[in-house]
Design a protein around this ligand. Structure first.
Ligand code: HEM
Length: 540
């Protein structure tokens, strides 16, 4: 498709051709000036067509409902960049009457289609799943840190990888991981209990805790132990290279946002080699993460070859499938390390926020946990999947946190060919927006109190799995279909164990009583600047 990126490349090629091969026809002898003239002239033509004529008069998407106000050139981009990721979509779902699709435009009026109804979601996520792929710039951008594992692979390659990995995520296997999750939950609450009772300096109050930091460390350890059979020990030692890497690269920065935007216009290799701090940071992180993964694979192979391992972690199951080369395995490990830890860490940050905001929920949950589970303070204590999964209020609170504040508020697809959704023509290349946050809080799907935090919607007969919503597509936190979160059961079990341990042990209040929710992040989101005053509650 003709785009600024192809114009850029075509202008470079044209300028080289004109100045080097047929200089008599070049407008200038300078390569740069020739490039500049070619670029500007092509860009202007493209601009008039793509930014004015096509979106305003020719786009078949014009007939779909859309937001009223729109910038002349940048569509809804100014609103989207000003607000929290997913907030505009959340607003449009409930304010623009629609039948499953809302159209809006982005930079240079590029078309976007927001999916709003269960039937439309079913088409995009299930029946036509491979017609709507992840944007290619994800592969070049995220691919550096995640490798091209199951998260970024497409088509037949994705099917192959997913089939080989599925056994590791089957519930019969996940249920054996509950004691591992519980052991790490024990370790982190003990470390936190120690930390909040020992001042580090005179002017810091140890009881005021940066929950995101602890949450990221414990979830990194859990994906290490349960996913790869290796303890990164980030709970005890936050200074390890790997922990530091993820803290740096997942910190939303201006540099990262700018690179994301440039990705729409420049080829991936140009972006990756820009001489700026952010690209250097990413290259360094990639080196460290890959080395950690290669070492883990080598160690695990030796163990498996000697017949010493009966491990059931994701890595062991992947090696034993025989379908992955070492390079493939590195890509899968990089994927699980990133996809499997910041997402759950974000859910933990939302847990802390909701517990502070709704102290009565916190109190009720603590009573259920303490009344039913063995004390987290007892180093030898363990729990089974049945013990955790049978606590109705814990189940309800965890589900409600993930519904009301999904870790991934928005994700994207691109129509790989001309397609249709609910019979509406979708031209090739159109961006399709899936917004878990918007869907999970749609009044149409959840009723009048959709935007309220109400764990009780998951209580009562027949409510535990649905929260009262009629369609499974009303809850999009893990998406659905062949590209849904492969780690859903893993994440839910891990989250329930961590929440039980954390709420069972600590009383939590906002450190700043007037805290007003502001949301930070990119792919995953968290309450910005949240600090929690924590106190260990005696007797458990
Ligand atoms: C609260 C925790 C989690 C949430 C909310 C979550 C959410 C999601 C979402 C929304 C996607 C789809 C992204 C897209 O296609 O655009 C996804 C995919 C994925 N998630 Fe999770 N996730 C969580 C935890 C985990 C964990 C613990 C693991 C690994 C152990 C994991 C591994 C993956 C993988 C590998 C994919 C790609 C699946 C594919 O494309 O076939 N996630 N997750």
């Amino acid at each position: 498709m003709y785009s600024p990126k192809t114009i850029f490349l075509a202008s470079i090629a044209g300028a080289v051709f004109l100045t080097r091969i047929v200089p008599q026809y070049a407008p200038f002898s300078s390569l740069f000036l020739t490039f500049f003239v070619l670029f500007i002239s092509q860009f202007t033509t493209w601009f008039a067509w793509a930014c004015v004529l096509w979106p305003k008069y020719f786009s078949p998407l014009n007939k779909l409902p859309q937001p009223k106000e729109s910038s002349f050139l940048f569509g809804q981009f100014p609103k989207i960049s000003r607000e929290t990721n997913g907030a505009p979509m959340r607003e449009w779902v409930s304010t623009i009457p629609n039948e499953g699709l809302i159209r809006y435009t982005h930079i240079f009026n590029a078309d976007r289609v927001l999916i709003t109804s269960p039937n439309a979601l079913r088409e995009v996520l299930v029946t036509k799943n491979y017609e709507f792929i992840k944007p290619p710039q994800f592969r070049t951008g995220l691919g550096q840190l995640l490798g091209i594992g199951v998260l970024l692979a497409e088509g037949e390659e994705h099917k192959r990888q997913r089939k080989l990995l599925m056994p590791a995520f089957a519930f019969r296997h996940i249920k054996d991981l509950y004691p591992t999750f519980w052991a790490k939950a024990h370790e982190v609450v003990e470390a936190m209990t120690q930390a909040i009772s020992h001042p580090k300096s005179e002017d810091t109050d140890p009881a005021i805790v940066d929950v995101s930091n602890w949450a990221s460390r414990v979830t990194l350890d859990i994906i290490g132990v349960a996913g790869m059979g290796h303890d990164f020990n980030a709970v005890q030692d936050p200074t390890s290279d790997l922990n530091q890497c993820y803290r740096d690269i997942f910190q939303p920065t201006r540099g990262g946002q700018i690179l994301g935007l440039l990705g729409a216009f420049l080829p991936g290799w140009v972006i990756q080699n820009l001489p700026i701090k952010r690209t250097k940071q990413i290259q360094q992180a990639r080196k460290i993460i890959r080395k950690v993964c290669f070492d883990l694979i080598a160690k695990k192979r030796v163990k498996l070859e000697k017949g010493e391992s009966t491990d059931k972690d994701i890595l062991s199951v992947s090696i034993q499938s025989g379908g992955f080369s070492d390079e493939d395995l590195v890509n899968q490990l990089m994927t699980f390390l990133a996809a499997g830890h910041e997402t759950t860490a974000s859910a933990m940050a939302w847990m802390a926020y909701t517990m502070c905001k709704y102290p009565e929920v916190q109190q009720r949950l603590r009573e259920e946990i303490r009344g039913s589970l063995p004390s987290i303070g007892d180093a030898g204590s363990t729990v089974s999947s049945t013990e955790i999964d049978n606590l109705p209020y814990l189940h309800a609170v965890c589900n409600e946190i993930m519904r009301a504040y999904p870790s991934v508020p928005v994700t994207l697809r691109i129509a790989v060919e001309d397609a249709t959704i609910l019979g509406n023509f979708i031209p090739k290349g159109t961006s399709i927006i899936l917004s878990p946050w918007a869907i999970n809080s749609s009044k149409e799907l959840w009723g009048e109190d959709a935007k309220e935090f109400n764990p009780d919607r998951w209580m009562g007969p027949g409510m535990a799995n649905t929260g009262g919503a009629e369609s499974a597509y009303s809850n999009l936190s893990f998406l659905h279909g062949p590209r849904s979160c492969i780690g859903k059961d893993f994440a839910k079990a891990e989250f329930a164990c961590l929440v039980a341990a954390w709420v069972g042990r600590f009383d939590m209040h906002f450190a700043d009583e007037g805290y007003v929710l502001d949301i930070a992040g990119g792919i995953t989101v968290k309450p910005k600047g949240l600090k929690v005053r924590m106190k260990a509650v005696e007797g458990w």
